[in-house]
Every structure is written in C-alpha cells, then in structure tokens.
Design a protein around this ligand. Structure first.
Ligand code: COA
Ligand code: AMP
Length: 630
C-alpha cells in the first residue's frame, strides 16, 4: 500500500486519532474534550471544548518562534504600481492595532464585520483582526453590486463594515462609495460604523458620525490582544450562490479550520514553513480565504497578495514576472487564468523571459480543469500541474494529488483522489451506489472532516434541506461525476442551476430573478453557455409581457444593465435575446438544458415531452444573432 492509501484509510477508520494528531501542529489555549462531537448529528462539530485563537496561530506564534523578520505578506499591485511587504512582526502589529480599532468601536466576540474591499493588505489585516478578537468576518467580493452587498449585510447583521474608497481594475477605477451607500440604503440592518481605507487612486467623502478613516483610526488605536475562543465558535461567514437569489452563508469554525488548513499546506501542497507561496485569486472567494490568508500564515509561509490580472497588467507575462521576483515555490489559481494567458501568448514565449527555476508546482481549482489547459501549462512551465476539487462549503480540497505525501500519477481531467477524511461516493437518484465508471451525484459520507461547514449562518434547516436531506447520511456536493477503475475522481459539472464563470460560482436562478423584475419581461431563462476563456457565461432569453411592443435590442440592453447593477460586473452577463416563447415540456418545465446545447452548437435533441418543437428554430436564430449556436 502506498503512503497516500495508508494515510487515507487511517483517516476513515480512525478519524479522531488522525485529526487529533494533526491538531498538534496548532497552538491551543485549552485542549479539546472531544475530537469529533456527534451528539447533535447530523450536525457534527470538531474539537469541542478546545480553545484557541486563529490570529495567534497565524501571526503571534510565528513572531515568538523566530519568524518575526520573515516576510508574512507581499502585496504586489501592478494596477497601482506599488509593492509592499509586511514581516510577521509588522503584520502582527498592524492586525493588533486594527483589532483595537474594531474593539474601540464596539465590535466584540461573536459580532459580525462585513469586509467589502479590493485586494489590498488592509483586507487581510481586517480579516485577521476580526479573528484576533473573536469577531466573525464576512468578506463580500468587490465585484458584487450594492444589492448583493445589501443581501449579505441583512443576513449577517454586522456591527461594522470595513471598506475602501475604490478598487482598481486594469481599465478603470471602481468607486466603492456609490456601491456601499446603495447597499446601506437598501439594507434593513445596516452597520452603525464604517471604516474606510482611502486609496491614492481615488478618495471618497466620509460621512461624519458614521465613517472612520482607516489611517486616522489606526494612528489613534492601541493594540488589542488575542481573545481565546471556542474551537467551535465561528471564524467567518462566506456567502455563496444557492439555487435561489438568496445567498447561502457558509459558516467556518476556528478549531477544525486551523487544524485542517495547516495539514493541507504541507501534505497536499507540499510547502514547508518559511517558503514563499502564491495564490492568485481574490480574498472575496473561498480560495482567497483559505490560501491567500489563513493556510499559508498558519503554516509560517510568506503569502503573496496580487492586485492584478493574468493578462493586461501589463501583459501575459505578469504571472512569470511575479514568480521570478518573489520566488514562490508554488502558484494556486483557476484554469481560466491560464486560458487567458494562453490566448494572448499561445507559444508561452513570455515564460522564457523569466527565471522560474525555483518554481515547483502549479495548482489549479475553482472549475473543471480541461486537459488542454493542463497540458499547455505543464509543457510551458515544466512542473507538475495539480488539479484540486473543492467548494466554498468545504473550505479545502475534497480531491487532490497529495504532493507532500506521495505524488500520484496525474490524469488530465481528474482532480486525482479523495483527500483524508473525505469518504466520497457516487450515487444514482435513488441513492444507490454506482459502479466505477458510472456518472452520478457525488456525495460525501458524514461526518465531513474538520474545516468544513458545520451549518449555514442562522439557517440550520436550510443547511439540512440543501445538503443533507437529498441523500440521508451524506453531504450532497451538487456536482456530478464518477470514479474510474483506479479510484480517480472525475468531476463533470453541477447537478443544479449553478454555473462557473471564471472560476466563480453563479446561480442562473439569481440572474433570472433580476430579469424577471424588468417590467416588460413576462418570462425568462438564463443558461450557462461555453466561453473559451471564462469557461461558462450566463446568457438570458426573455419573453416580453403581452402588449409590449418595444425594440428588442433596447430591452436586451436594459436586461444586461440591470444584472450589472443588481448582481455586479462579476456576473459577466453581456448577452440577452428577446424571444416569442420559451421551449417547455408539456408539464411547463423550461428546457434550459436543450437551449444550452443549442447555444453551444451541440446536438440538442429535445425530450419527447416538448410541447412545441418548432420554437427551437426561433431560439436558435436568436442565439445566433448574439453570437451563439453556430
Ligand atoms: N471589483 C470590481 N469589479 C471587478 C472586480 C472587483 N474586485 N473583479 C472583477 N471585476 C469586474 C471586471 O472588471 C470585469 O468588468 P467588465 O465587465 O467591465 O470588464 C467583470 O467584473 C468580470 O471580471 P472577470 O470575470 O475577472 O473578468 P476579466 O475579463 O476582468 O478577467 C480573467 C478574466 C480570467 C483574467 C480573470 O477572471 C482572472 O484573472 N481569473 C483568475 C482566477 C480567479 O481569480 N479565480 C477565482 C477563484 S480561484
Ligand atoms: P466555489 O464554491 O465557488 O469554489 O465553486 C465550487 C464549484 O466549482 C464546485 O462545486 C464545482 O462545481 C466547481 N469546481 C471547483 N473546483 C473544481 C475542479 N477542480 N474540477 C471540477 N469542478 C470544480
């Protein structure tokens, strides 16, 4: 038996022994009473009774143990032309001081803080400061519009919000004030305090009595100490797309999270403490939470925070420049970034312009990694390219290639094998286990390992209904796939209406909700169509209300604007078409799958139950007019 098999089998046969051993890498204030607490199953908790502080484990502990002068965070920002480094001691001091600002403004243990920020060090500082005083952060990605921010504010009910004057995109400066003011107006439970980081690219006007200037507040505040919290206390809430417009608040605890993430850095990503690590994502996504901020710092690594894009800042060689300059041993990003680079530099000529000799591994996640992209990256970089599969809910990889344990042979198209603690199965609709090679719903046997979601924020029933009820005894991932003969997992796509745009998750249902609110729209459908760079993008088909005789292009334009205003530019919703009817089954179910196939130019055999097959010709024509169904 290989080392991976040995470790994996042990994690399933003796989960408590396995994770208790892993927990030794974390510094505890009080040892746990129970490793796995199943008293409230199917709600499982890890390390009950234990106390710790996540920020202490990320920063103070390393300062005390000889890493004070090691860089902890390198902020590299080609969009503003700045480079800033914080050592572990400097980052600890900044975080302690900002924790003091929060404390002085009434934020305490268990209070929520919404963080709506671009990729600047202050975003990570705010997150860690919350962890330091036992507050619960909820980071909202900067590409979301005010309406989405308002929904998250109302669910989290924060005491304070931390934001910035602007984000800097390659082609424009994004003013944050109109976005957050819009959200504060809409929200039923707005925070009373706003702390605003003024950026040189564009400042904003502060509202007296409500807003604090980040720099002024930092200059005045005294540092706050780490507060010891229960292992089961929430560290953060991160909202993700559900099947409705209401986002799901994924909860992460402190203890299980610190244990699991620390374990992954060495064992999955093969990175030793002291090494430099780079995740090119955004702190607004789970990959950013886990692998820009928490895991590398927990493991004593230098983490790179990159405020730029793979292309256009300034060109397709940007990633190689960062790797050569800061010397990370590994990069973690989404396949979409590599498709974007490849489109602009198909021969990979820019790779050769930089010394990447120290670079060991490329990790890709966030969406299915198409074999073509994997081969290209492997050929150009000459290092293993490792696909890993996970979700906001899980916080770390369900399946990966455990580089620090044993490198398994790479099979393009597969994120390799289940990681310790993940008892992955493939079931049919009646919950029968399928044979290897057969596609079905991918589920994970309960309990899930540490670091995964214990529940949804203030919505335990929704948690059960969404994830546990469909297959009793299992967690439903929402992904479809299969195991091959050698036990490799293949993840093929979602079983719900969630699509993956540039490695970000988007619910087509949420886009439909926005389109349905247009006064001239009677009915609509949104489908995820193939995009060479982004993987998938949403396209809308709308039917006008009876008696409306407006210019179709104009209505389509308004639909696009509405989605940008309500959800945000990150939805990448650029195309809508007006049609006379939508194809449906005789029982009235909209045939989204058939339309998606039409749009992608696939053979779109409609089901026999379609009520009017002739409508498909009109749909095809409309899709062709907006550049699809060729
Ligand atoms: N604040 C404001 N707007 C933002 C934003 C932010 N933080 N992030 C993105 N946007 C905007 C973009 O400017 C773009 O606006 P546009 O429609 O006016 O052009 C829109 O949202 C879509 O952004 P994105 O999906 O990032 O597309 P892009 O064309 O700017 O870049 C890639 C495409 C592939 C280069 C980019 O998605 C990328 O670098 N991905 C890397 C992987 C990654 O981050 N994965 C996350 C999960 S691991
Ligand atoms: P998110 O929660 O936004 O990280 O999105 C999670 C979803 O992205 C998963 O449920 C999958 O559908 C998809 N996904 C993430 N990583 C992979 C991968 N390596 N292979 C296939 N799909 C992936």
């Amino acid at each position: 038996m290989g080392r991976y098999q040995e470790i994996y089998q042990r994690s399933l046969s003796d989960p408590e022994g396995f994770w208790a051993e892993a927990a030794a890498a974390v510094s505890w204030d009080r040892r746990w009473a129970r490793v796995l607490d199943d008293r409230d199953a199917p709600f499982y908790r890890w390390f009950t009774g234990g106390k710790l502080n996540t920020c202490y484990n990320c920063l103070d502990r390393h300062v005390e143990n000889g890493r004070a002068e090691q860089p902890a965070l390198i902020h590299d920002s080609p969009v503003t032309g700045s480079l800033t480094t914080y050592t572990f001691a400097e980052l600890r001091d900044a975080v302690a001081r900002f924790a003091g600002v929060l404390r002085d403004n009434g934020v305490g243990h268990g209070d929520r803080v919404v963080i709506y920020m671009p990729m600047i060090p202050e975003a990570a500082i705010a997150m860690l400061a919350c962890a330091r005083i036992g507050a619960v952060h909820s980071v909202v990605f900067g590409g979301f519009a005010g309406h989405e921010l308002a929904k998250r504010i109302d669910d989290a009910r924060p005491t304070a919000m931390v934001t910035a004057s602007c984000g800097v995109e390659p082609t424009r400066v994004v003013s944050y004030q109109p976005l957050y003011e819009h959200a504060l107006e809409q929200a039923q439970h707005p925070p009373t305090t706003l702390i605003v980081k003024q950026r040189p690219a564009e400042g904003c006007e502060l509202v007296p009595e409500r807003d604090l200037d980040w720099d002024t507040a930092m200059a005045k505040a005294g540092p706050a100490d780490c507060v010891s919290v229960e292992a089961t206390d929430p560290l953060y809430i991160l909202y993700t797309s559900g099947t409705t417009g209401q986002p799901k608040g994924i909860v992460r605890d402190n203890g299980g999270h610190a244990v699991a993430l620390t374990w992954t850095m060495r064992n999955i990503y093969g990175v030793e403490p002291g090494e430099v690590w780079w995740t090119a994502s955004d702190v607004g996504w789970v990959v950013g939470h886990s692998y820009i901020v928490y895991a590398p710092l927990l493991n004593g690594n230098t983490t790179i925070m990159y405020e730029g894009k793979p292309v256009g800042t300034p060109d397709a060689g940007a990633f190689w420049r960062v790797i050569a300059q800061h010397k990370p041993v590994a990069l973690f990003t989404a396949p979409t970034a590599f498709r974007a680079i490849r489109q602009q530099d198909p021969e990979g000529a820019k790779v050769g312009e930089h010394d990447l000799s120290h670079f060991r591994t490329l990790f890709l996640a966030g969406e299915r990694c198409d074999p073509d992209t994997l081969h290209w990256a492997q050929n150009k970089l000459g290092v293993p390219v490792i696909d890993n599969w996970w979700q906001t809910e899980t916080g770390w990889a369900i399946a990966a290639n455990p580089m620090g344990v044993e490198q398994m042979p790479i099979k393009p198209g597969s994120p390799t094998v289940p990681m310790p603690g993940w008892d992955v199965r493939v079931l049919d609709a009646e919950a029968n286990e399928l044979d290897r090679g057969q596609i079905g719903s991918i589920v994970c046997k309960l309990p899930l390992p540490p670091g995964t979601l214990p529940t949804l924020w203030q919505a335990p029933e929704r948690y059960k209904r969404s994830y546990l009820d469909p297959f009793p005894g299992f967690y439903r991932t929402g992904d479809a796939g299969y195991f091959d003969a050698e036990g490799y997992v293949f993840v093929m796509g979602r079983t719900d209406d969630v699509i993956n745009v540039s490695g970000h998750r988007l619910s087509t249902g949420a886009v439909e909700e926005v389109l349905a609110e247009h006064p001239d729209v009677a009915e609509c459908a949104v489908i995820g169509v193939h995009d060479d760079i982004k993987g998938q993008i949403p396209v809308g088909l709308v039917v006008l209300a009876a008696g409306v005789s407006r210019d179709h292009a104009e209505v389509a334009r308004e639909c696009v604007e509405r989605v940008r205003d309500e959800i945000g530019p990150v939805a990448a919703f650029k195309h809508a078409a007006v049609v006379s009817r939508l194809p449906k089954t005789r029982s009235g179910k909209i045939l989204r799958g058939t339309m998606r196939k039409l749009a992608d130019g696939e053979d779109a055999q409609p089901p026999a139950t379609i009520d009017d097959p002739a409508i498909l010709d009109e749909i095809k024509e409309s899709l062709q007019e907006i550049g699809y169904a060729e």
